[in-house]
Structure formats: C-alpha cells, structure tokens
Design a protein around this ligand. Structure first.
Ligand code: ZN
Length: 389
C-alpha cells in the first residue's frame, strides 16, 4: 500500500475496522502482525504508536519498519485470516489533541519570533517542545493565550498533498528537507507544517492548551505544554489542591499565595523569637552549672540544633569535658553527647551495647537512642567514662 494512503490517514477518526492479516512473525519477545490496511498509527513525527486490540489480542505498540507497519501483539494471528481491529481510542484521541495542540503552539511561536521547533516529545506526562531561539515565560503565556483564542474560534485543520511546484510557494515549517509526497497540515492564522501524524479536524476539539514551564535550553527555549483532556485533568488537580490549601488556611481560593506568604512570615518571626529565647535559656542554664567532668541534662521539646547549642556552650565555658543531653524517646531516651577531649566513638559503641542502643557519630559528637531507664543510662555512662580514664 502506498505510504500516506493508510486508513488512519484517510480517516483519522476510524476506531474499528477489519483487514486481512498478511504477515505474522516473532518480534522482540512478542509478535509483529502486518495487515493489508490499518487504522493503527505507527510511531513517528513525535507521536507515539497506537494501542488497542486485533481479534481481542492486545496491541502494545505500532511502528513502521522497512516500509511495513508492525502491530506489536501479545499473541500471533494467522496470515490470510481477517482481523478485527479496535483502537484504544482514549489514548489515540489524547495524542491527536496533544499533537494538534503542539502545531498551534509551535506555529504561533514561529509566526511571532520566526523560531523553528527543533525537538518535539509527547511524553506520558506532558508535551516537550524545543525552539531554536530565546523567549520568556511571559511571552510563552502570551502564546498560550493566543493558542486558546484559536481553539475558541474552532478553526479547521486542513490536510493537503501539494505538488512540488505548489510546495515551493508554501511557507511551511518542517524539520527536514522533504521530497516526494509531502503532507501539509494547515491551521488558519496559526500554522502550516509538513507532518505525518494524526490530528483533530477542528481546533475546538482540543478544548484547552496550558504552558507549564519555559526555560533556556541549548541556546534556545524548552517549553512543556499540555493540551486537551490532559490539560483539563492537570488544571482540575491543581484547582483541587489549591482548594484544600484555601480550606486549611481559611482564606479565599484566589488568595492562597498571599496567605501562605503571611503564614510563612509569621512562622519565621516565631523561629527568630524562639532562637532569642533559647540563647537566653542556654545562658541561664550554663551559668548555674558547676565545673565538673561530666554533665548530664534532660531537655524536652528541643530541636537537635538547640541541644547542640546548649552542649557546645557547656563545653566552650569549660563547665564539663563531656556533656550528655537526653530527651524522652520510644521505650527509652534519645541522646546527644558532645566531647572536648575523649574520642566519643569507642565510648558510644560500649554504651550502645550496654543500653540496647543505636547510633554513632564523630569524635566530638554522637547521637542516637538507648532503650533503657534513666538510672541504667547514668550508671553505664559513669562506668564507661571511669574505665576510659
Ligand atoms: Zn502534526
């Protein structure tokens, strides 16, 4: 069959069809089935291959190899028999929405800046577009708005096969030099592009386009966009999430940004106040401590940094050589031990053994937990330190 005359080109909305099986052979652990004609689009031009079933047998993927369209199937089909093909239409229509959306966006970028689309990937999550020149996110959002205006105008998508002479006068976009039969996709006021993919017939079927990210990439610009149902699902998800944030912050849905900023500022002020109070508290505690070899303190509701502040201050003011700080934990106590002189690592190992503990650290600081009672911990600590002398 002549290329570009396949069923998916004659009717991109064909979801079910019958065709004779001409070949079937093992292929990469599955089976490749070739049909006399097919509505399954083979991967190409950035658009993924179709999925669906042939006589109820799953088709995972469709690709073109040496001029033949291979339906990659879970099982074999008998050559000479008729196959009933059914497309995974949700998947294909999603690809048609995304692909046509890409045309509108890339076409508008080309019309405004003259940049070419030099990379196009329809991923599982989103469509990634690479352009060969720089533009800002604000400009990408302006393109997004114009693209949506084109969708609301429900402009038609024309497919033509111009002759070589006609082609010479058409200002179309293309990623490569083309010869022979060229398929031109034209969307008024938006795009003219040589393309072999499947498209919707009218832009209204895309519904919506959303640009998500826009960043410099290899001297040009990379943009991630969503089109069609995917864009709707994405926005619905974000809306739902924002609604929950608004409920938690007790503010209007359009004010979550400002309100979050206010809450974060408040939290930062609390942190600053706490930090000041902590310094005063540490000075107060350390000032009263006598000078001795070991200090053991029990401190609740403190962060690790606050405990370190306290321990270091005790060591800095020479109130102890070793400072052990404890707070209540699961079935025991969490510890943070700091030292000015003795290497804590061997001591920590012995303590962990004696007190059913875990943890470790450096020469100057160890942390972890002991599953033991207060008295046991203090006795073990003194015993280990005395033995180390
Ligand atoms: Zn296309």
């Amino acid at each position: 069959m002549e290329e570009m005359s396949e069923l998916f080109y004659r009717d991109s909305y064909c979801r079910e069809f019958t065709a004779a099986v001409t070949e079937c052979f093992p292929y990469k652990g599955h089976y490749a089935v070739v049909l006399e004609d097919t509505a399954f689009y083979p991967e190409g031009g950035g658009q993924p291959g179709d999925r669906g079933t042939l006589n109820g047998i799953e088709v995972f993927d469709t690709c073109r190899r040496e001029g033949k369209i291979l339906h990659i199937c879970a099982g074999p089909l008998e050559p000479g028999t008729e196959a009933e093909g059914k497309l995974d239409w949700k998947y294909r229509f999603d690809n048609m929405q995304s692909h046509t959306g890409e045309h509108v966006f890339s076409g508008l970028v080309h019309r405004r800046f003259g940049y070419e689309n030099v990379g196009f990937h329809m991923g599982r999550e989103m469509i990634t577009l690479d352009f060969d020149g720089p533009f800002s996110f604000e400009e990408a959002l302006e393109i997004e708005r114009t693209a949506n205006e084109r969708i609301w105008a429900d402009l038609p998508v024309f497919i033509t096969f111009p002759s070589e002479e006609e082609l010479a006068n058409i200002p179309y976009r293309s990623k490569k030099e083309l010869s022979g039969k060229v398929r031109i996709v034209t969307i008024p006021e938006s795009d003219i592009c040589a393309c072999c993919g499947t498209h919707v017939t009218d832009l209204g079927q895309i519904g919506i386009i959303k640009a998500l990210t826009c960043s410099p990439h290899k001297g040009g610009t990379r943009v991630d966009i969503l089109a069609g149902e995917r864009a709707y699902e994405y926005l619905r998800n974000i809306w739902s999430n924002n609604r929950e944030v608004a409920r938690l912050l007790r503010c209007k849905e359009a004010e979550t940004g400002n309100e979050t900023q206010r809450v974060l500022n408040e939290s930062l002020q609390k942190d600053i106040r706490r930090s000041k109070l902590m310094k005063e508290y540490v000075g107060f505690i350390v000032g009263d401590l006598p000078e001795q070899k070991l200090h053991i303190l029990y401190e609740e509701e403190k962060t690790v940094n606050e405990l370190r502040l306290l321990g270091n201050r005790i060591l800095d003011e020479k109130k102890a050589v070793i400072c052990a700080l404890f707070s209540e934990g699961n079935d025991g106590y969490n510890y943070l031990i700091l030292s000015n002189e003795p290497d804590l690592r061997p001591l920590c190992k012995q303590l962990n053994q004696k007190l059913n503990g875990r943890g470790g650290g450096s020469k100057e600081m160890v942390s972890g937990s002991f599953k033991a009672a207060r008295e046991e911990i203090e006795a073990a600590l003194k015993e280990v330190l005395d033995a180390a002398d």
